[in-house]
Design a protein around this ligand. Structure first.
Ligand SMILES: Cc1cc2nc3c(=O)[nH]c(=O)nc-3n(C[C@H](O)[C@H](O)[C@H](O)COP(=O)(O)O)c2cc1C
Length: 302
């Protein structure tokens, strides 16, 4: 081998994001507004919390990391997400008052999937969804914390959509093929993601985003991007390439572990301030008027 091979999608994704540059559009510009309308609600920022799970209490504090970041999401008026957990855990997050989307695992036990979705709706979730990219493991179907997962068909996903009055979010879309299926089954939003690199050589979400955006043109499906989102520049690039919103991920962890609610609030505020700064510099007065032609690509686009 004459060069170092990199199969880690996290590394490939960061490298791709860092290859995108901005031009400035200053004349007639103004301080930008970062608020968004998303699925019928107004939020102060397009930055969302990640669908995390299995976070205990940090620093001897009383609340779990999941509760802490949910409180921060409420106080920041941003959309909140959570991942794998039992119903009592979700109840605690719902009780924070944060507008929360519960991402349910693709459990092989389909009754459990339905129960968790119905429970979320009954205690006031903002939305429900599923991470369809956590199905396969090294030996076939994945086992997550002792629970067997199962592949999901279009009919199964459609049945969840029909079961609920809440918006349904499919997390883990990384192709035009899946994005179109999500639109067909009636999903209201997708999260373009490789779930922090589950698939080696996974295409960076932002690299495939424009194709997905084009395929969903005229359809009523919001697009969220995650994986490697750590700065306002990352969020700006995603919005310019067609996303409606972005979720931070592990980039939020140090602030959460160290300072809990205040740490997350400070971190997201910092990322949002960076976003506003770049929007202002590029003549993007609000999140709907970001012109993709302000981006310059130093690497070949597919
Ligand atoms: C501790 C931890 C727990 C996670 N749990 C879930 C989960 O239960 N469901 C889910 O859909 N994604 C889960 N994720 C994935 C995140 O939602 C997100 O897709 C991923 O972290 C994005 O990549 P990034 O961390 O590089 O930003 C988890 C990630 C971490 C780090």
């Amino acid at each position: 081998m004459s060069y170092e091979r990199v199969s880690d999608a996290n590394v490939i994704t960061e490298k791709y994001m860092d290859s995108i540059l901005f031009e400035e559009r200053l004349i007639d510009s103004a301080v930008a507004d970062t608020s968004i309308e998303f699925l019928g609600e107004l939020f102060d920022s397009p930055i969302m919390t990640p669908a995390f799970s299995h976070l205990g209490q940090f620093g001897g504090r009383e609340k779990t990391g999941l509760e802490e970041y949910s409180i921060a999401a409420k106080e920041l008026n941003i959309l909140n997400f959570c991942g794998m957990m039992e119903n009592d855990g979700f109840k605690k997050l719902a009780d924070t008052g944060a507008k929360t989307v519960r991402i349910v695992k693709p459990y092989a036990d389909n009754a459990k999937v339905r129960d968790q979705m119905q429970y979320a709706e009954s205690v006031g979730a903002f939305g429900i969804g599923m991470d369809i990219d956590h199905i396969f493991g090294e030996n076939g179907l994945d086992v997550v914390v002792g629970e067997l997962m199962a592949q999901q068909t279009s009919d199964m996903l459609r049945s969840y959509v029909e079961m609920t009055n809440l918006p349904f979010v499919v997390k883990g879309v990384l192709s035009v093929a899946d994005a179109v299926k999500c639109a067909d089954i009636g999903a209201k939003a997708i999260i373009v993601s490789h779930h922090h690199g589950r698939l080696p050589y996974a295409v960076p979400p932002m690299m495939i985003l424009p194709e997905i955006k084009e395929a969903l043109k005229g359809k009523d499906v919001k697009i969220i991007v995650d994986c490697g989102i750590a700065s306002g520049a990352d969020v700006f690039k995603a919005l310019a390439l067609g996303a409606d919103a972005c979720a931070v991920g592990r980039s939020m962890m140090p602030a959460l572990e160290m300072d809990g609610v205040e740490g997350v609030k400070n971190f997201i505020t910092k990322v949002n301030n960076e976003l506003r700064y770049i929007m202002s510099f590029t003549g993007s007065s609000d999140t709907k008027s970001i012109d993709p032609s302000v981006l310059h690509f130093t690497e070949k686009r597919f």
